[in-house]
Structure formats: structure tokens, C-alpha cells
Design a binder for this molecule. Structure first.
Ligand code: SF4
Length: 359
């Protein structure tokens, strides 16, 4: 074991958090935790990990779930392609690998949604495969300790970090080494103002010694974000017994694929109600039906990685049944069954803020 790996492993044994996916060698549970924890904080991911394992304790049971069930349990975590890929991979494991995760890096990479990071994490932790993980935490630690000046989002920077990570990897115990490095980045070498005086690498860390901690890792690209205005129509019809509600199944070509929201008109800027209801999109399916505008929400801002959404909700109480006009991805449900459908966080947030749909 090299000096770097030795130091970080000793640190890990003394400082690591006790987390359930560290207490198991089950590749299914490890894979589940790795997928959930991408772009998710540990405290938030923990509840999802436990819920998934309790509902689907093994890959066979998960493979038999429906996409709607998986998306519903995933609700609130964002990046929903991860949930869809979980299901696809579970089916692949059952159908192509006899229900057992392959103990082979290249085979792991063939699974849906499994990139280099996840393959290395699952492979090293569950099977002891000698592949180094490179995630945001590992990149930050290595680029600071070794003073990497190349942009970490450039081809040169990525190559340099990957080769450093593989050179340093303890091939005897790659799972522990990988977890130690990730944990060190999560707890000690944090993105802003790490406590370098209390760090095991303070005397060799180039970023620390050269006063570059706040500028490394360096990135060349700024994330471009676009702005979108979502005008939602919460359309209800009270038939005297139940309240009917129109919902929309989101299609493949946009954010939140497979989730449900409400009929929507998207505009480039904030648009008044009159312009919205006179638009062809609106008239196309409401077909001049009579309704009352019973409530209008304030504007809800919702930030995604590359998009800023501004949403407003208009509650429309219709006087007649919707009949055959419900098509093109729209469907009619009883309002009290809305909770069974996987909803984007924005919609869930709004529903939690209101007393009722005002049917
Ligand atoms: S000295 Fe500071 S910047 Fe360097 S590894 Fe330690 S915490 Fe990170």
C-alpha cells in the first residue's frame, strides 16, 4: 500500500460515518445506494435507500415493479432518469445475468445508467475489483493534494485525475480505499473553507501550501441555464359524487419523463391569464367549455441544474364533464387518487402548500 493510501485508510477507520450500505457486501444494495447518492446528500438519500430496500429487497423483486411504482418511490429525489434506469438494469440483471450482478468492470459498464463511477464503486466495494472511483469528492481531493491546474471538466484534466486515482489505488483493498477517498472529500476536504490545519495532508497538499485551496479544482465551463415559464391549469369537474381532475403524463422529450403533472402552457415570459386562455393550445382541448377561475397561485420558482422554472397554477372549475376531449397524454382521475401518481417536486411542493384543489 502506498503512503497516500495508507494515510487515507487510517483516517477513514477513525472518522467514517456509519452508513447501512457500508455494512453489506450485497452488490444490489451497494448499487442501489450508489445510484441514489449521485447528486443527492447522504441524509436525504438514506430514507430513499431504506424505502427501496424495504419495498424491493432484491433485484428480482425490483425487476417486477412497474415504472410508475419506481418513479413514485423516487419522487422528490430529482434526476428521474436514474429511477427509470434502475428498473431497466434490474430487468437486465434478471434476464441477462441470471439475477446476479456481474463481477466484471466491463460487464458492469453495460448496465443501463452505470457509468465509470458506478461500475468502479460497485465493482470495488462488492467484488474487490481494482478500479478507482472518480467522483466530485475524489476529484477535489486529488486536484488539491497534487496541485492539478488543468480544468477538471477538460479532457486533459479528466485524464490526469483518472490516472492519479488509478495509480494511488490500493489494489489489495480497493473498496476500502475508494470509500476512504470519497469520505475524505465529503467530510474533510469540503468544497469551501476546508480545515486545512487539521488535515492529514496539510504538509504535502500543494493547494494548501501554495494558497490555492479556493481556486482548485478549476473549471472552464460555466453552466448555462435557460428560463422557462410553466402556466399550469388545474382543471376539475365536480360530478356531485366525486371530483374529477385532469392530469398529464409527461413525455420522453423533456424534463420529468414518465412523471405526471397538469395541462400546461409553456411561455417564454410571464403571460397574463387572458392571453393564455385565448391561445390555440388552450382552446384546442377545452373546446369552449364553461369554467370558473377559482384560484390563482403566486409564482413558484424551481431550480434545476440547467433550467430555472417559474410556475403559476390556475384552478379552473368546469361546469360540464370533460368527456372525449381528454387525450394526447391527458387523463382523468378522481382527485383523491392524485397521491398515487409520481409527481415532480415542483408540483408536490405546490400541492403541499394548498388546502385543496378547490374542486
Ligand atoms: S490540506 Fe486542505 S485542501 Fe489539502 S487535502 Fe487537506 S483539507 Fe484538502
Amino acid at each position: 500500500m502506498n503512503e497516500f493510501s495508507h494515510k487515507i485508510t487510517v483516517w477513514y477507520k477513525q472518522n467514517h460515518r456509519s452508513l447501512p450500505w457500508r455494512e453489506t457486501a450485497d452488490p444490489y444494495a451497494i448499487w442501489l445506494s450508489e445510484v441514489i447518492l449521485q447528486q443527492t446528500r447522504v441524509d436525504q438519500g438514506m430514507a430513499y435507500y431504506q424505502r427501496f430496500l424495504s419495498q424491493w429487497p432484491d433485484v428480482l423483486s425490483l425487476s417486477q415493479a412497474s415504472e410508475q411504482e419506481v418513479l413514485k418511490l423516487w419522487q422528490g429525489l430529482g434526476y428521474y432518469s436514474r429511477a427509470r434506469n434502475l428498473l431497466i438494469t434490474a430487468k437486465m440483471i434478471v434476464n441477462n445475468f441470471d439475477g446476479a450482478f456481474p463481477a466484471d468492470y466491463k460487464q458492469l459498464l453495460r448496465l443501463k445508467g452505470v457509468g465509470k463511477y458506478t461500475a468502479a464503486a460497485v465493482g470495488s466495494i462488492a467484488f474487490g475489483l481494482p478500479n478507482a472511483v472518480v467522483d466530485g469528492n475524489v476529484t477535489r481531493v486529488l486536484s488539491r493534494v497534487f496541485g492539478v491546474q488543468e480544468a477538471i471538466d477538460s479532457a486533459d484534466g479528466i485524464k490526469k485525475i483518472e490516472s492519479l486515482a488509478n495509480e494511488l489505488l490500493d489494489k489489495e483493498n480497493p473498496g476500502q480505499h475508494n470509500q476512504a477517498l470519497m469520505e475524505f472529500g465529503a467530510l474533510q476536504c469540503v468544497p469551501s473553507s476546508p480545515d486545512c490545519n487539521a488535515c492529514i495532508f496539510s504538509d504535502i497538499c500543494i493547494a494548501n501550501m501554495q494558497g490555492l485551496v479556493s481556486s482548485i479544482p478549476f473549471k472552464q465551463k460555466k453552466i448555462k441555464t435557460s428560463v422557462r415559464h410553466f402556466n399550469y391549469f388545474i382543471c376539475t369537474y365536480n360530478n356531485g359524487v366525486t371530483c374529477e381532475l385532469v392530469i398529464r403524463h409527461r413525455s420522453a422529450s423533456d424534463i420529468w419523463e414518465g412523471l405526471y403533472d397538469f395541462p400546461l402552457i409553456e411561455t417564454k415570459e410571464e403571460t397574463c391569464f387572458l392571453d393564455l386562455i385565448n391561445s390555440s393550445e388552450f382552446l384546442d382541448w377545452t373546446k369552449n367549455k364553461k369554467y370558473t377561475l377559482s384560484k390563482v397561485s403566486g409564482i413558484y420558482k424551481h431550480q434545476l441544474t440547467h433550467q430555472t422554472l417559474y410556475a403559476r397554477f390556475f384552478h379552473l372549475r368546469f361546469e360540464d364533464p370533460f368527456g372525449d376531449d381528454i387525450k394526447n397524454g391527458l387523463s382523468l382521475i378522481c382527485e383523491n387518487r392524485l397521491g398515487e401518481y409520481p409527481l415532480p417536486r415542483l408540483i408536490d411542493r405546490y400541492l403541499q402548500n394548498i388546502d385543496s384543489l378547490d374542486c
